[in-house]
Design a protein around this ligand. Structure first.
Ligand SMILES: [Fe+2]
Length: 179
């Protein structure tokens, strides 16, 4: 079961800690979607490749390319923990281990803990960062609509995808998740 909570502080020291508030401030996946546009789907990692559920989702989302991610190196984690965005959505299905997606919500961070079976979709133009927990184990499938995938570190506010994302948030276009 995926958990999501507001970080205490900026999470820059000891990023692999949970950084829960006291008391913790959890957020539902519905509210996460409404506030940030981040989607979450649950798949059975043992069967999704053979029962058609992954294929169906890939078709619905228009994913034509995929890659495999093993536990990132420390150097790669330093990079992925820098606040950034992409012009494409970032889509990962966790196969092993545990990761933290931090999603920017104005001045705060929402930490989304992803474990096997969680498919998280960070929309284009949404600032985020990624870290592992202390177990340092992670495997995931990455899905793309096109093979060109660039990282833009913050500030990237002038990019069209950022402006588009802010417009969608403002217009309440992330009110209801499709599935
Ligand atoms: Fe990213």
């Amino acid at each position: 079961m995926v958990r999501a909570w507001y970080l205490e502080g900026d999470g820059l020291d000891n990023p692999r800690d949970e950084h829960q508030r006291l008391p913790p401030k959890f957020i539902t996946l519905e509210d996460l979607y409404r506030k940030t546009g981040v989607e979450h789907h649950t798949l059975n990692v043992d069967t999704c490749e053979t029962d058609g559920s992954l294929e169906k989702l890939k078709e619905e989302k228009g994913y034509k390319f995929e890659d495999f991610l093993e536990t990132p190196s420390e150097a790669n984690l330093v990079e992925s923990y820098k606040e950034h965005l992409h012009e494409e959505e970032e889509s990962r299905l966790v196969l092993e281990g545990c990761g933290y997606y931090d999603i920017r919500d104005n001045e705060e961070w929402i930490r989304v803990e992803v474990v096997p079976g969680d498919l998280i979709v960070v929309p284009s133009g949404c600032y985020h960062r990624f870290m592992l927990d202390h177990t340092n184990c992670f495997e995931a499938k990455l899905f793309f609509k096109n093979p060109h995938y660039k990282v833009f570190e913050r500030p990237a506010d002038n990019l069209a995808c950022r402006q588009e994302y802010l417009k969608k948030l403002h217009n309440g276009e992330f009110e209801f998740q499709e599935s």
